[in-house]
Design a protein around this ligand. Structure first.
Ligand code: ADP
Length: 376
């Protein structure tokens, strides 16, 4: 059993210990500066180059991903070559293009914010008029961590993005959505095997800072009952409707009037599931390997009443994360630190901290305080 992972970021890197524990060979096709490359029997190469990807795939039993950006032609060529691709090209298409995703979710009858595809400032103006003068504009492709998401109040405020679409010859539309009044953001993580078995973790609350996830609380407070049931139902409908395999995440808004709306889908292990490494019977990374290998899925129960994950954003102004271990470990012995081996840079996710326990206030405090040792 050899799993091939395309993309060498922290998600690929965190699949490696899970594979090692199970004695499963894992290979990574990493970018030159990928964090996973140093740890796995890996190739360094460009995931946009057909020959490179096909050669990498020849030596593995299944291909999976650290990110969703592998071009569709290459995904189809892999299938033609006879390599299983999990998740498959169709599922990845929706994660690659927010307009296609909105259209698909609407077609499946799932609750989403009001949206439209717009091709001009005039169309943006009409949408604004119909939605109280405020809206969120998104570039359909290439956005992450809030880049490519903009709150607008006037029709001309997306002109630069229309121009960029026209200039790079792609043309096409931008996505515009109602500005959702939400109480909080939630995420529902699920795993699905090709044979159809599904396993859902408890729904979690995610906290964002400047469009970047900063903190996750598992399970989401006050979510027992209706919220958890609806979140799981939505995720299962996505799994079935899109035929996803592997671990995937559904990002949700809980609105001020108590509805759940789907924001985004991520067709891979996700930041909202990092808590599971230390807080669940089965971590999302082990589960992803099980799912893509079509093995029975592991339990998704919690180990502690509460687990809080805090991202280490930016990292220390000088030196490495490990330079701070002695002080951080002494002060917070219950904190589990995960270091991605990345160079610190403002705003960059360079690691995270998980803490579990019985008392949510204490768990949150410990996780935040431990993470603070690595940020200045
Ligand atoms: P990315 O792909 O960069 O993660 P998202 O579409 O998830 O972008 O948006 C990033 C953040 O912007 C969300 O987590 C949320 O806080 C905010 N946001 C996105 N869409 C809306 C919306 N329609 N209404 C209100 N806030 C939104």
């Amino acid at each position: 059993m050899i799993v091939g992972v395309i993309g060498g970021g922290q998600l690929a890197r965190m699949m490696i210990p899970a594979a090692v524990n199970l004695g499963i060979e894992i290979r990574v096709l990493a970018e030159a500066d990928g964090m996973a490359a140093e740890l796995a029997a890996s190739g360094v190469g460009d995931y946009r180059d057909l020959a490179t990807v096909l050669a990498f795939a020849e030596a593995v039993d299944v291909i999976t991903f650290d990110h969703e950006h592998v071009p569709q032609e290459i995904l189809h060529a892999l299938l033609e070559q006879g390599t299983p691709v999990r998740p498959g090209p169709d599922a990845l298409l929706y994660a690659q293009d927010k307009l296609l995703m909105r259209a698909k979710l609407s077609e499946l009858g799932l609750p989403v914010p009001d949206w439209a595809a717009i091709e001009s400032a005039a169309e943006l103006g009409e949408f604004l008029e119909a939605h109280g003068g405020r809206a969120v504009v998104k570039t359909p492709r290439g956005g992450y961590d809030g880049k490519g998401v903009r709150v607008v109040r006037a029709a001309h405020e997306a002109d630069d993005w229309f121009l960029a679409l026209a200039e790079d010859g792609r043309g096409g539309a931008l996505l515009v959505e109602e500005l959702v009044e939400f109480k909080r953001e939630l995420a529902q993580l699920v795993a699905r095997r090709p044979s159809g078995e599904l396993a859902a973790w408890p729904v979690v609350e995610t906290v964002q800072q400047d469009g970047v996830c900063s903190e996750v609380i598992a399970p989401a407070p006050h979510s027992a009952g209706k919220v958890a049931d609806v979140a799981a139902e939505i995720a299962l409908a996505v799994a079935e409707g899109i035929g996803v395999t592997g671990v995937f995440a559904v990002e949700l808004f809980e609105t001020t009037d108590e509805r759940l709306l789907v924001n985004e889908l991520a067709m891979r292990p996700h930041n909202s599931g990092h808590w599971s490494q230390d807080g669940s019977t089965t971590s999302q990374f082990e589960q992803h390997l099980r799912a893509v290998l079509d093995l029975p899925l592991g339990g998704t129960g919690t180990r502690d009443p509460w687990t809080v994950m805090v991202n280490i954003l930016g990292g220390p102004a000088s030196g490495s994360l490990a330079d701070r271990y002695a002080d951080a470990f002494a002060a917070h012995p219950t904190a589990k630190v995960h270091n991605y081996g990345k160079d610190p840079r403002p705003g960059r996710k360079v690691g995270h901290v998980n803490v579990g326990g019985d008392d949510l206030d204490d768990v949150s405090y410990q996780a935040r305080a431990a993470a603070a040792f690595f940020q200045d």
